[in-house]
Write a protein that binds this ligand. Structure first.
Ligand code: HEM
Length: 436
């Protein structure tokens, strides 16, 4: 039969059960926009033999609002030391997330943006008009923030990049509903295990050396005072997130000891680099492939108020998000969209994909969704997730991502040599050049 004339769902219905998931993944890879459009219109809850896909804005919100029903059980085996992300609405998650939100003081953000700007300027000046934007810029810039703002010092940034990479690949793209050969699965797990071990040793050494150093910091106080007297400069203690964590004493009843501190310091690294790299490189390509939009972005990039430029970036990420979905596993049977004609019973222990990219094209929340329209209602985007597991680094990401993109967009004559090259789901290289 000529499948070209059939709709996605007709092709799906005609496919044997054993290969249905593979076909769905192929549709999602090749043309997510059209496939998701058909799902929203004709089958907003698609039940496949391996997992269930949820395509409408309201249903995605419903799912992500109930962490005890739609759980992150699939994260658990991938995360060392019971990191907060693998907990659903319990004491540890509530406690550790709020402690970390406090350390990541939002008052820092203007300084963080300025820091990102400076880092990017330095990287681009060193590149001399030609760069592999993936490793040389989009990964290196957040890796430098991890070092300079979060305080994960004393390690080569290439190592930080590698550890974040394997954690991301194994956790998010090596799941039962990913099409990966058994050999490749094994290779990913092995690489994640090895890099996780290195990360663990590094964090232990970091915490030890920085806490010992912290104990003797008082010896430097007289010199700081003297410098302040001579120069008028403030010169306080070194301030970064790890320094803040180590300087803070929690009562034993709060269960945030030095081990929990180390686990959370590692989480900052894992969460930051690969996510930021993928978001920034995909946004860059989206702009570079649309000359009119690129010009609009260049104009906005020169304005003092970054709001207009940032709005372009958030809208671009609706079209090219880092992942088209978030995944959950049901803890119990649940009826989604109850009382509507799409009402569906989802059995317990089912893997469910909340198709956040599809939800960001649902006219219910995004009028004329195919139009590129910067300045849409920010609260409807799923770029940093939604609900209890909403991104811890959201506000840092909200200054870091657009600033990284802005700095490179400002380069005169910016051009791409080709398209982003991928390895599996992750960007591998993207060659850019500009006039110096
Ligand atoms: C800036 C540094 C970042 C840090 C430290 C960070 C850290 C985290 C953490 C710890 C969580 C889990 C929160 C929880 O379970 O309660 C999370 C979730 C999430 N992050 Fe980030 N992240 C960062 C940047 C980013 C970026 C740049 C993106 C995307 C562009 C992103 C997208 C997400 C998403 C979509 C989730 C939700 C995952 C889910 O619901 O299963 N993050 N992040």
């Amino acid at each position: 039969m000529d499948t070209a004339t059939l709709s996605y769902l007709e092709r799906y219905d005609g496919e044997p059960d054993a290969t249905k998931l593979k076909l769905v993944r192929q549709f999602m890879e090749e043309d997510p926009g059209s496939f998701f459009g058909e799902l929203r219109k004709n089958r907003p809850v698609l039940v496949t033999p391996e997992c269930t896909l949820v395509a409408l804005f309201d249903d995605v919100i419903e799912m992500l609002s109930m962490p005890k029903v739609f759980t992150v059980a699939l994260y658990e085996p991938k995360m060392a030391n019971g990191y907060l992300m693998s907990h659903d609405d319990d004491a540890l998650h509530y406690r550790e997330k709020s402690i970390m939100q406090g350390f990541l003081n939002r008052e820092d953000l203007p300084d963080v943006r300025a820091m990102v700007g400076k880092i990017c300027e330095g990287l681009l000046a060193d590149a001399g008009g030609e760069i592999d934007a993936v490793d040389g810029f989009c990964r290196l810039a957040p890796a430098t923030i991890v070092r300079d703002y979060f305080g994960l010092i004393g390690m080569h940034r290439k190592d930080l990049m590698e550890w974040s990479y394997w954690a991301q690949v194994d956790t998010f793209y090596n799941q039962p509903f990913d099409i990966v050969t058994p050999e490749e699965r094994e290779r990913i797990i092995k690489s994640h295990d090895e890099s996780g071990e290195k990360l663990g040793k590094y964090i232990a050494a970091l915490v030890l050396t920085r806490s010992v150093w912290g104990k003797f910091e008082f010896l430097l106080k007289p010199f700081r005072k003297l410098r302040r007297l001579l120069t008028g400069q403030k010169g306080g203690l070194q301030d970064d997130i790890v320094a803040r964590m180590l300087r803070t004493k929690f009562p034993a009843e709060m269960d945030f000891d030095i081990k929990r501190l180390g686990t959370n310091a590692g989480g900052l690294l894992i969460g930051t680099i690969e996510t930021t790299a993928q978001a920034t490189v995909q946004t860059l390509q989206f702009l570079l492939q649309r000359p009119e939009l690129l010009q609009q972005a260049k104009n906005a990039a020169t304005l003092e108020d970054p709001a207009e430029f940032d709005g372009i970036v958030w809208e671009a990420l609706r079209f090219v998000p880092i992942s088209p979905y978030m995944f959950r596993q049901t803890s119990t049977e649940y009826t989604i969209a109850k009382g509507t004609d799409r009402e569906t019973v989802i059995p317990g222990a089912t893997n469910v994909l909340a198709l956040t990219q599809s939800a960001m094209f649902d006219p219910k929340a995004f009028p004329d969704p195919e139009d590129f329209r910067p300045g849409r209602n920010w609260y409807h985007y799923f770029t940093f997730g939604y609900g209890a597991h909403e991104c811890l680094g959201k506000y840092v990401g909200m200054v870091m991502i657009p600033e990284i993109v802005r700095q490179i967009v400002l380069r005169p004559g910016l051009k791409a040599k080709g398209e982003i090259e991928y390895e599996g789901h992750m960007p591998k290289s993207y060659q850019l050049n500009w006039t110096v």
